[in-house]
Structures are given as structure tokens and as C-alpha cells.
Design a binder for this molecule. Structure first.
Ligand code: ADP
Ligand code: MG
Length: 172
């Protein structure tokens, strides 16, 4: 049976991990958190002093994930999307959260003033949405609101429905 690969992206704090894990457990698809994969394999190319975080070695990350993606049935979670091969994904979901709600979530995480400001700006300027629209065929990119538990439930059922349809269409 062929299964689709799904990318869940968006600014840090919008709810990618919450949605991705829940979707994986309900659909049986595999969940991959790119940040975790990079950490576990130390797939870094340097350190960003300004942002106080390691820089992802994108090539190594792509190599690391290639086999999973070829096999199919993977939900990928990452706050970036322009370095993945376009052919990997059958659908890209960009989660969106209102500023005041996102601010509170990131404050709870203990982000400092600069990191808070940068991430809120990232959301205001819809950086991840633009990146997704430039990196993938526009008709596979979908924005989803991610402010409330009700919206989370709606997103889960919408994506589960999409998966079910995709599986039907691709497994005659
Ligand atoms: P990300 O992986 O995008 O950084 P998380 O999944 O870690 O975001 O979610 C950040 C915080 O927001 C968590 O505390 C999570 O419980 C909460 N959250 C995520 N999605 C929603 C939602 N739709 N409604 C309310 N809270 C949410
Ligand atoms: Mg996360």
C-alpha cells in the first residue's frame, strides 16, 4: 500500500508537534520531528551566535530522512521547509496562530525578549507560509488556524479525511 508524506510547518509555538503526534497516533503514519533528528545525530554545520542556537546541516538532514520519505507514510514536523526536496511531500500544512496567543505560548516556554520578538515577527510576516508557497506547488499548500483546542480537533479530522482520500485514490 502506498501512503502519503505530509509536512507540518509554521512558526515555533503554533502547534506543529501537538498536531503531528496526534495525527500519527490516529492515522498510523510515522511521526518525524526534524529538530529531534538533528539533535540526535548532531546534524549541525555551525552555531548561530546571534540566535544562540545550532545551525542545521540541511544536506545531512535530507540524507538522514531520504529512506523514510521514499518508503512513504511520514508526517514531518519542522519550522522550515525550503531545503526538503519538493518531491517528498503530497501535502503541506502551514499552521497559523494569532499574535497574542502565540506570544503567551512562547512566553510560557521562557523565550527571551529577542527570541519572542523574532518569532512573533515571523508569524506576522507569514514567513513560513511564503516559504512553503515558494518551495511547493501552491495547490498542495494549506493554511490551518491553530488557536484553540476546537481548531486542533478540526485540523485533525480534516487531515485524517485528506489521508483517507489520498490512500483510496492511490491504491486501486
Ligand atoms: P510547535 O511544535 O509548533 O512549536 P507545540 O505543538 O509545541 O508547537 O505547541 C505549543 C503550545 O501550544 C503547547 O503548549 C500546546 O499544548 C499548545 N497548543 C498547540 N496547538 C494548540 C491549539 N490548537 N489550541 C490551543 N493550544 C495549542
Ligand atoms: Mg515542536
Amino acid at each position: 500500500m502506498v501512503l502519503p508524506n505530509i509536512l507540518i510547518t509554521g512558526t515555533p509555538g503554533v502547534g506543529k508537534t501537538t498536531l503531528g503526534k496526534e495525527l500519527a497516533s490516529r492515522s498510523g503514519l510515522k511521526y518525524i520531528n526534524v529538530g529531534d533528528v538533528a539533535r540526535e545525530g548532531a546534524l549541525y554545520s555551525g552555531f548561530d551566535e546571534e540566535y544562540d542556537c545550532p545551525i542545521l546541516d540541511e544536506e545531512k538532514v535530507v540524507d538522514e530522512l531520504e529512506n523514510h520519505m521514499t518508503e512513504g507514510g511520514v508526517i514531518v514536523d519542522y519550522h522550515g521547509c525550503d531545503f526538503f526536496p519538493e518531491r517528498w511531500f503530497h501535502a503541506v500544512f502551514v499552521l497559523r496562530t494569532d499574535n497574542s496567543i502565540l506570544y503567551k505560548r512562547l512566553e510560557t516556554r521562557g523565550y527571551n525578549e529577542k527570541k519572542l520578538r523574532d518569532n512573533i515577527e515571523c508569524e506576522i510576516f507569514q514567513v513560513l507560509y511564503e516559504e512553503a508557497m515558494l518551495s511547493y506547488r501552491e495547490d498542495i499548500v494549506h493554511q490551518l488556524p491553530s488557536n484553540t483546542p476546537e481548531e486542533l480537533e478540526e485540523n485533525i479530522s480534516q487531515i485524517l479525511g485528506w489521508i483517507e482520500q489520498w490512500v483510496k485514490d492511490h491504491n486501486p
